[in-house]
Design a protein around this ligand. Structure first.
Ligand code: HSE
Length: 299
């Protein structure tokens, strides 16, 4: 049996649209086995609906590896148990794609190296900022250099907590990307460059008071904020309750606040109390950075 564990991820971290991301200690777990015939897919997620046939994302990702390596499994058993909420901006699809590809690579005799898997996963996902941290863990800078994916991962051991606030509605990444403009004002591009650089240094150096400047984004949040009821109020409240920096995770609708000191319990309670007044139900998880990334074992 092949076991794969892939962490949840938060992309667009700070002002790092399509480039900065982090892995969290919330996981998708896969069990995969080659069988004599047939396709059996079991999903025991309570995080959203999933196909149990050839349209299943894990299976589709595995098929890409089989096509590339010329391997034809006789039959397949796939079981997925995921804690990662689907279509909420926490890398659930990256976890499926990467998990499937890593498992398929074992079945076909490890024909692909991690760099190739990363490239295929980013191509299937459409952007590299979730698959980078999902594979390597930590806080990652990911870049797509014409199909070659570059990832620089830094392990975070600074005791930060991440308040991950997840509403009861979802936003499909493709739809949410279509709200973004083809062109942005020059000054907005400049703002994001300086913010993202400050964010990276502040996080690595432990200069946490600078993080708030580092989440000043002009590339996606101003366009995506409209589909989150109470967006500005939520952000304002997180800062009142002690957030060092708050940003929209991936394409949303999850919002992440970075917390220093303590276990985040007080922040969670106060935000949950505040969310009672919102038109949507929100829950708040206090997570940590996963510095390990994807783990594959064969038993
Ligand atoms: N960078 C991607 C986007 C992340 O903003 O569309 C999606 O999770």
């Amino acid at each position: 049996m092949i076991n794969v564990r892939v962490p949840a991820t938060s992309a667009n971290m700070g002002a790092g649209f399509d480039s900065l991301g982090i892995a969290f200690n919330l996981y998708s777990r896969l069990e995969v086995e080659e069988r004599q015939s047939g396709l059996e897919i079991i999903t025991v997620n309570n995080t959203g609906p999933a196909h149990n046939d050839k349209y299943n994302l894990v299976y589709r990702a595995m098929s890409r590896v089989f096509d590339k390596t010329g391997y034809t499994p006789k039959g397949l058993y796939i079981r997925q148990k995921s804690e990662i909420p689907m279509t909420r901006g926490l890398g659930s699809s990256s976890a499926c794609i990467l998990g499937g590809m890593l498992a398929a690579n074992i079945l076909c005799g490890r024909k692909l190296d991690y760099r190739e898997i990363l490239g295929m996963a980013a191509a299937m996902e459409g952007h590299p900022d979730n698959v980078g941290p999902a594979l390597y863990g930590g806080f990652c800078i990911s870049a797509d250099e014409g199909g070659r994916i570059l990832v620089k991962s830094a392990k975070l051991t600074n005791g930060l907590k991440f308040a991950v606030m997840i509403p009861d509605f979802f936003v499909a990444t493709r739809k949410s990307r279509s709200t973004l403009p083809e062109r942005v004002p020059f000054r907005d591009a400049v703002q994001n460059i300086s913010s993202a650089l400050v964010f990276r240094d502040a996080l690595i150096d432990g200069d946490f008071d600078m993080l708030r400047y580092g989440v000043t984004d002009r590339l996606h949040q101003p366009y995506r904020r409209n589909y989150i009821d109470g967006f500005d109020d939520i952000f304002k409240r997180t800062y009142e309750y002690g957030s060092k920096a708050t940003y929209l995770s991936g394409s949303g609708p999850t919002i992440v606040s970075i917390l220093t000191g303590g276990d985040g319990g007080g922040f969670k309670r106060r935000m949950e109390r505040f969310f009672v007044e919102n038109s949507h139900k929100w829950r708040c998880l206090i997570l940590e950075c996963d510095n390990v990334g994807s783990v594959v074992s064969v038993v």
